[in-house]
Design a protein around this ligand. Sequence first.
Ligand code: NAD
Length: 357
Amino acid sequence: MTKKIAVLPGDGIGQEIVAEAVKVIERLKQAYGLDVELEQGLVGGSAYDETGSPLPEETLQLAKESDSILLGAVGGYKWESLDIAVRPEKGLLGLRAELELFANLRPAILYPQLADASTLKPEVVSGLDIMIVRELTGGIYFGKPRGVRTLDNGEREGYNTLVYRESEISRISKVAFDIAARRDNRVCSVDKANVLECTELWREVVTKEALAFSNIELSHMYVDNAAMQLVREPKQFDVMVTTNMFGDILSDCAAMLTGSIGMLPSASLDINSKGMYEPIHGSAPDIAGQNIANPLATILSVAMMLRYSLNDADNAERIEAAVNKVLDDGLRTQDIYSDGMNKVSTSEMGDAVIAGL
Ligand code: NAD
């Protein structure tokens, strides 16, 4: 049955990089019988300009009725002074909340061809391939009570609540175990169980859920050690699963191990593996409209979509192999360029991937 993909380019370079990803999908349809239909929608600042809302009802409906969503990026200087309720980022947060996308998958992959882009020694990071599974809709970012109150002595006090229900921990650990089963079968659960009761429960529930996955090797690590190990010896990890806040921090750290923000895709999944796929970077207003942005993170987001939501590992591998080939051939957009390589534009990079397919 034909699957439907909602295509939401958003703002800034979102328009340019999503156009290249769409070209890749069209090529897979034509050459390998990929059975999908695409429908475009507005989100972010460009949606606000046209409709007065960063997440128009029409876009939300489109996202709900689609099997998957491909998003570019939202935001830009133009909308920074808007009221917070209609800022472009509200479009993205609204989609995550409305679609209950609770599992954030953030791979940190360093292609050996780009090992020099990392600030770490090439031997520490070359060939790195970690998947961080971050809980996205719970934890301290959403827990109540929260706020700033004034005490009897007139001093102000800020407070937030770290809270996780067993069901929330159990569903995110299952996602991590499922993903590890398609990789190297190893999951490291990151917590602070020595200090926080909430993550003591986290550890207990993850351990219980692991019993149903006999092939998975589960380990636990405190978050401070995990941060240290990510920088010291990152290749020891396969899949890491953790809370919203710890995942927020660790996934950015892991992304930076690779040194190339324009290369990394991400996914946010619901309970049925319906997902929203997007590059980890933003709308890069500083380079928007110049045809110089790196489209590979968005193109690799399509590969993730095929693998995790559309059950099409063959076409996912085709895209990944084509990306590998363009890197082998020395093609580089300016963000990953180094001496002796062949500098190409956004559209030339997209064309090269298509040729590689
Ligand atoms: P950014 O990721 O947009 O840019 C950071 C730096 O990386 C910039 O110098 C940019 O030119 C460069 N860069 C990013 N993607 C690139 C690519 N594909 N190719 C080449 N270079 C690339 O982050 P920022 O500058 O902090 O934010 C800019 C806007 O994007 C803000 O409005 C912010 O709110 C928004 N943002 C959106 C998302 C999202 O939509 N998911 C995520 C982060 C930031």
